[in-house]
Design a binder for this molecule. Structure first.
Ligand SMILES: [Mn+2]
Length: 299
């Protein structure tokens, strides 16, 4: 696998890199259109075209913090549970308070393994923000409790204290009832609300609920509008705009202690390479904002 952002070797050595990228080309439980196993390679390839200069920071941050790209985690097709366990082991092995882990999927199921690995590495007290068109709160889907359609429900089972979802616009009756029944652990900003409420109110709510918390940010690309990322397994109209997504990411970077980010559900399509480029660009923006608010890399 190429290096994220196409950085030359002097900026990618593991010991000097603050950001570690873990590709997880796993796809098993997708329910509509497939292809997420090709997501990591497409995003990493597209990332080489991302401009390193960040106009907000007036710097080329990646050259300062360093980005190490790990070998892809081999898919485990024994079962989704087995894959989640593999992801958890890999994440636990790389997670550190002074490092940012960036997991590139793959289907959303892998995020459950990220949560488990982070809880093991840091000992709980984890908040999660999921940008997603789907609330993924079903207890079971098509016979599997580890379907990508159950990802957020399983993250709660792993002990996540607060789960904050943004951009949701497709849920089942069962999921709506689950949301109403769990107001203390679950906060859902539906896409409708995001589009009809001043953005400042959403950002203030993020800050109020997540300030100072250890945080995992899970970016399901279908949370964005399909005009930005058309290449995804289960697209839904009416998603977040590019600038709403950036504002959310910047707010989280400022108020919380973000220890990991993932980007899942990209399914590359011929002729729609704007999708993987947008994913790579969003990840780099998140990395820069998080780095800016966390200060210098580890010694
Ligand atoms: Mn989704």
């Amino acid at each position: 696998m190429n290096s994220f952002l196409g950085l030359p070797p002097e900026f990618t050595a593991p010991e000097r890199s603050w950001a570690w990228v873990l590709p997880v080309p796993y796809e098993s439980t997708v329910s509509y259109e497939g292809g997420t196993r090709k997501g990591p390679a497409a995003i990493i390839e597209a990332s080489a075209q991302v401009e390193l200069y960040d106009p907000i920071l007036d710097a080329e941050p990646a050259l300062e913090y360093g980005v190490h790209t790990l070998p892809a985690l081999p898919p485990n097709h024994a079962s989704p549970e087995a894959m989640v366990a593999d992801v958890a082991r890999a994440v636990e092995a790389c997670a550190r308070p002074d490092r940012l882990l960036v997991v590139v999927g793959g289907e959303h199921t892998i995020s459950v393994g990220v949560v488990r690995g982070l809880v093991r590495a840091f000992g709980g007290e984890l908040a999660v923000v999921v940008v997603d068109a789907h609330s993924d709160l079903r207890d079971e889907y098509e016979g599997s409790r580890y379907s990508h359609a159950c990802a957020s429900r399983r993250m709660l089972d792993e002990g996540v204290e607060v789960l904050f979802q943004v951009g949701v616009r497709a849920i089942s009756k069962e999921e709506a009832a689950f949301i109403r029944a769990n107001p203390e652990r679950l906060r859902v900003w539906f896409a409708d609300e995001v589009h009809t409420t001043p953005l400042e109110l959403l950002l203030a709510d993020l800050e109020a609920r997540l300030a100072g918390r250890r945080l995992f940010l899970s970016l399901d690309v279908d949370g964005l509008d399909p005009s930005i990322v058309p290449a995804t397994g289960t697209p839904e109209p009416g998603g977040l705009t590019w600038h709403q997504a950036l504002a959310i990411v910047r707010t989280l970077a400022r108020v919380a202690h973000v220890v990991a980010v993932d980007c899942v559900e990209l399914a590359p399509r011929e002729g729609l390479h704007m999708a993987e480029f947008a994913a790579a660009r969003l990840l780099y923006h998140a990395m820069n904002a998080i780095w800016h608010h966390r200060g210098a890399p580890s010694p």
